[in-house]
Design a protein around this ligand. Structure first.
Ligand code: XMP
Length: 326
């Protein structure tokens, strides 16, 4: 039997009862696989790695070592949520690394999108590798590989941001959700008690806000983007759009326009709203956000975010526009 092939008769996990049965089965399998050994996991706070973390905490408790690397390109409150949920509530063995300065220093002056992605992916591996080397006697690496990753790649999670582990990292993999589809991972996550917002969160690219702070990233513009994005998410939460829209965010380009604030000339960046619906991210349509909500978001962003003086709406479907701007 091919361990990377989902059996034809495997029932789709749609209910808490099915999720609990899956969890019990995986807890036993993981315990059998790793025994008393330690297991390392890169915990980004995304759905897949979070569900794997919660599952492994249930199975092996403190034998799991979670490493959360904050690359400085997280959305507002994300690293804090990882620390609260995993470090505090679930009492996980969590190593938190604030590597923001390392990433932002390397990215200074780099405007080309693919180079930015490579720097972020490469540095991520480096930081993670340095942590792994500090830990002795760890032979297992857990990954949030899910079934679409297997169908789309050679079986090892190969999303374009992380790009694979260094050759000299010899680990045996622990991939408890590798035969599950995304919707099943979410049902399992809820059954494990993870917060709804974490389990149903919108997709967020590995390079994070790095591909939304367009061109060469500066700390001030990145800060403005993070605040504007937090306002957009807050307003979408309040009016129910967060439950409905597939992906929504702000991008901030690296040019300014003239404006007026408090009777004075005020040069600022524009904040661009993007809100799209899709099933597979290959093509996407735009969400028709009601004008009263757009006005509210515009008022709040221009009043509350330093450096932003205009709010624009991206009306472009994919194709022609990709979902991200870079
Ligand atoms: P595009 O921009 O290609 O995005 O229409 C399609 C989906 O992929 C996400 N995306 C990424 N995810 N690393 C990721 O992990 C990346 O470099 C990356 N670029 C785009 C994007 O957010 C959308 O959901």
């Amino acid at each position: 039997m091919n361990p990377n092939k989902r059996p034809d008769n495997m029932e789709r996990i749609t209910t808490p009862a099915l999720a609990n049965a899956f969890i019990d089965e995986q807890v036993a399998l993981v315990r059998e696989q790793v025994g008393k050994n330690k297991v390392l996991l890169a915990l980004s706070g995304g759905v897949d790695s979070s569900v794997v973390a919660a599952l492994l905490i249930k199975a092996i408790g403190k034998q799991l070592i979670c490493v959360h690397v904050n690359h400085g390109l997280m959305r507002k409150g994300e690293s804090e949520q990882v620390i609260d949920v995993f470090g505090k509530e679930l009492d996980a063995n969590l190593i938190y690394i604030d590597a923001s300065d390392r990433f932002l220093d390397l990215l200074a002056g780099v405007a080309e999108p693919e180079r930015k992605r490579k720097i972020i992916g490469g540095e991520f591996i480096k930081v993670f590798d340095e942590e792994a080397k500090k830990l002795t006697d760890v032979h297992f690496l857990a990954q949030g590989t899910i079934y679409p990753d297997i169908l789309e790649s050679d079986g090892v999670k190969a999303h374009h941001n992380v790009g694979g582990l260094p050759e000299d990292m010899k680990f045996e993999l622990v991939e408890p959700v590798k035969l599950l589809y995304k919707d099943e991972v979410r049902v399992v996550g809820e059954a494990l008690g993870l917060p709804h917002a974490m389990v149903y969160r919108q997709p967020f690219p590995g390079p994070g806000l790095g591909v939304r702070c367009l061109g060469a990233i500066t700390r001030d513009r990145l800060g403005a983007l993070r605040e504007a994005d937090a306002i957009l998410r807050e307003e979408f939460d309040k009016c129910g759009l967060a439950e409905k829209v597939w992906q929504y965010f702000i991008a901030v380009p690296d040019f300014k326009s003239v404006g007026v604030k408090d009777g004075k000339r005020y040069e600022g960046w524009p904040a661009i709203i993007r809100a799209v619906n899709t099933t597979d991210a290959m093509s996407a349509t735009i969400e028709e956000i009601p004008y009263d909500i757009l006005h509210k978001i515009t008022d709040r962003i221009t009043a509350e975010v330093d450096g932003i003086n205009r709010v624009l709406l991206d009306l472009t479907p994919k194709p022609v526009g990709t979902i991200e701007w870079e």
